[in-house]
Unconditional design. Sequence first.
Length: 574
Amino acid sequence: MAPTYRLIGQQRVISAVVVTAATAFGLTYASGDVKGKKDKEDNDGNKKNDSSLRYQVLLLRDKVSMWDNYNHNNDLFKSRCEAQQPYYGGHNFSRSIFTKYPSYPDLSRFGSRSYLRRYLSPEVFSSLKDKKTRNGVTLENVIQSGVTLPFGCNPPRGTGIYAGDEECYNVFAELFVPVIEDYHHYHFIDTKAGVSSSPNNNTTLSTSNCARSLSDTSAAKPASTSSSSSSSSIVSANRRVSKLRRQFTNLNPNHILQQKLDANGDYILKTRMRVARSIKGFPFSPVISREKRRELENLFMDCVEEDWNKSYSHDINEDDDNDDGDDELFRSYNNNGGLRGGTYLRVMDMTNDEHDDLIKRHILFHDPDELNISAGIGRDYPDGRGIYLSNSDDNDGNNNLSDTVVSSNNTRKDNPDLMMWLNKEDHLRIIATSNGGDISAVFSRLSLALTQVEQSLHKRGHAFCQHPRYGFVNTSPENLGTALRASVFIKLYRLGQQPGFDKLLDRLRLESSSRFKDKQSGGTYTGIFDIANSDRLGQSEVHLINTMIEGVGRLIELEKRLEKGEEVDLDEVK
């Protein structure tokens, strides 16, 4: 039988839904009249209305009218985010917004931590909604992840915006600039006071409109118009009040502090560093086509087969006319522990056993989650995705990791110390790891791999996406500047329980991941922390690594003091 409808207010409600609502109001019903039959009469000729579904619906009508007339400002009928003051990019909520801006997204249920709620005002939306990059990326592509998962009190993870290509950072600067400033705690300034330039499209934007300051950047006055090219133009009053003119890079491992943090291996379990990189000429993951994604994979595989796994003789034949400078460069890298002897594994070609094992050992990235899917990053998965694995202990130029990662008898190889993720969220993520706390060695491995990848791309007419102000740019505005995360898995059983531990990390410009507490131990405190640099933008790679070395050294020192029974007031520790 087709469902029947009743008009309640302005909504059409299916009878089955009404039954559910009736139950919610404490009403009960019998199943005797669910098919619309006439109610049976008792011996006295009275209808058994108390067991009739139709009768229960009539009773519910009065309840619904009471609900419709109820004051919805009553917190009893609100979620936590609804109880907050509705906010639309600086505007109090009003339905008239949608009259003036009919395509403006409904942000009324977004929490106060939502970047879209803060910075995507109706005016900004109106000025950007019709713009496109040369790859056809629109504002709707940029905010797709942010407006797809808005329900409830928790805002979408991250900033809620993804760049569809390198040009987005200029075309949609009116949205990206304040989000980047807020997330990275920097206020962008130029040598020309009051003007923010967009170098790629030769346009200018007023900083009063697009480069919004943080709430506590009133002390961040425009700096002098002169800048030194020999040093970073960062003027840091404190962590939350910093100014940035441009990003600098320094991957020289010789500039890393040679401080031995944990010579006996009592505290640091593992060191891990990763950088994200995007390649010019290819759209970013939210909008890249299937064809372009495969083209990028083929480019990467050419680098593997022709450069990194190519066998070079140690003897240089000076009379060989075909021996160009690139071959000389790669010969030098390979003979000094660079990329060699590794294997590229396509996710599409993996067995279920290989796939699950690599994920379990934190080598391979996870399958797309709901955020990746909503943002478009998970399209066509796993087509065009893969991972390059290499181990410096076996880099004799002849080993084949495809035979040793997962063998026929299911024995497992030790974790590789160099990995590259292709076409996950970013075009490329390069990861170097090591057991223990030899931070300098891990950074050297990462730096060498990055240099070799960049040279391979240049050899083929490609380069990393790099912005004069933001440094290396990727699809997420969280991964700008160095796009570097360097971390140690460290045992701080006593220190981690001290009051003020999180504030101490903030003062040391470090951050702690909840990896071990939440995922591996079911919420039980383990005393193991994933400690990493909190900054990505505004400082060079060497500076961030040295800051982490000094900060982690301070944490180990404090842990040792607590082990000796000393009392430590973390609020007094600098």
